[in-house]
Design a protein. Structure first.
Length: 314
């Protein structure tokens, strides 16, 4: 590598530097130390012929950075990832480039880590039964991340494509939790529900949720798409990464407000939970709706960079 060339950190190295517990702790610590998600610049979404181009910049006292990602809905049909991209991490003082990271691995890890950071603050301590909607990378990542914060022993996976569902289940052997296929009815017994799909309409009947259940929904950042229904939202304490982002991008929130199932001022932020300034009502379900924000990428990208510095790679 020539003098001045920017180091590229690949997917395997990103994953090695970001085990779920490390990513979860970094996100919670950032919020407790005063990071303000409301200050994040809005995501730029540029429609292109075959999908979307996304630009997600953020900055902190130590770093600045931007993720350039694409969403190509037809890619899975030809064996390519639906989401692709890279992350450029910069020094905050000089704005000089530090590293380029694989954006897909970074996104997969940080999305599930944010969900788990929320679940760690919301879910009952003995949460054992997890229902996962979806069979893509985020479904796998959410299983790993949620197991890092709760004693999950039984996992039900709900998927529309039976071949993909069978392939998904093959990853899990007999040494860990019981992992099996199921239907949306499984939410009635769930302690945790993870919605990790590209669905545009609700995945299950919210009236079936137990009062102690925690739901995380991560599948969409579009105002007209949703994974949970009005009944889930109406019954639940609704937690979001930031009110501004949720009211711009979270269809699960926006559509429920439009129907009267939710008042905008009832939204609870993840930062308030992390800092202990707000507590939730244990007599009703809890819903964490994530759209994915640039500050999250910046935090975990910094962790990866610092891990490489400690190893003497950089």
């Amino acid at each position: 590598m020539g003098k001045g060339a920017t180091v590229v950190i690949g997917a395997d190295e990103v994953r090695a530097a970001l085990p779920p517990a490390v990513a979860i702790a970094a996100l919670q610590d950032a919020l407790r130390e005063g990071l303000d998600p409301e200050a994040d610049p809005a995501r730029t979404v540029v429609p292109v012929d075959h999908g979307q181009l996304l630009l997600m910049p953020s900055h902190s006292r130590r770093y600045a950075g931007v993720k350039i990602a694409t969403v190509a809905p037809c890619n899975p049909a030809v064996g390519l990832p639906r989401i692709q991209g890279n992350y450029l991490l910069l020094d905050a003082e000089t704005l000089g480039p530090l590293v380029v990271l694989d954006g897909v691995a970074l996104t997969t890890i940080r999305t599930a880590a944010v969900s788990a950071a929320a679940a760690d603050l919301l879910a009952v301590p003995d949460a054992e039964r997890l229902v996962v909607f979806g069979t893509g990378p985020q479904a796998h990542s959410h299983i790993d991340a949620l197991r890092a914060v709760r004693p999950v022993r039984h996992i039900t996976v709900v998927g529309r494509d039976l071949d993909r569902l069978a392939d998904f289940l093959q990853r899990y052997g007999d040494s860990g939790p019981v992992v099996e296929a199921g239907t949306a009815d499984a939410v009635a017994q769930a302690d945790l529900v993870a919605c990790c799909t590209t669905a545009r309409t609700p995945l299950f009947d919210g009236s079936a949720l137990s009062a102690h259940a925690t739901v995380v929904a991560v599948g969409s950042h579009e105002p007209d798409a949703r994974e949970v229904d009005d009944e889930t939202v109406r019954r639940s304490t609704v937690v979001v990464e930031a009110r501004g982002a949720a009211l711009r991008e979270a269809g699960d929130v926006i559509l429920a407000i439009g129907s009267g199932a939710l008042e905008a001022d009832a939204l609870v932020t993840l930062a308030d939970l992390a800092r202990g300034t707000v507590t939730t009502d244990d007599s009703r379900p809890r819903l964490f709706k994530s759209v994915g924000m640039a500050w999250e990428d910046l935090v975990v990208a910094g962790v990866v960079h610092e891990a490489h510095v400690r190893r003497g790679v950089l």
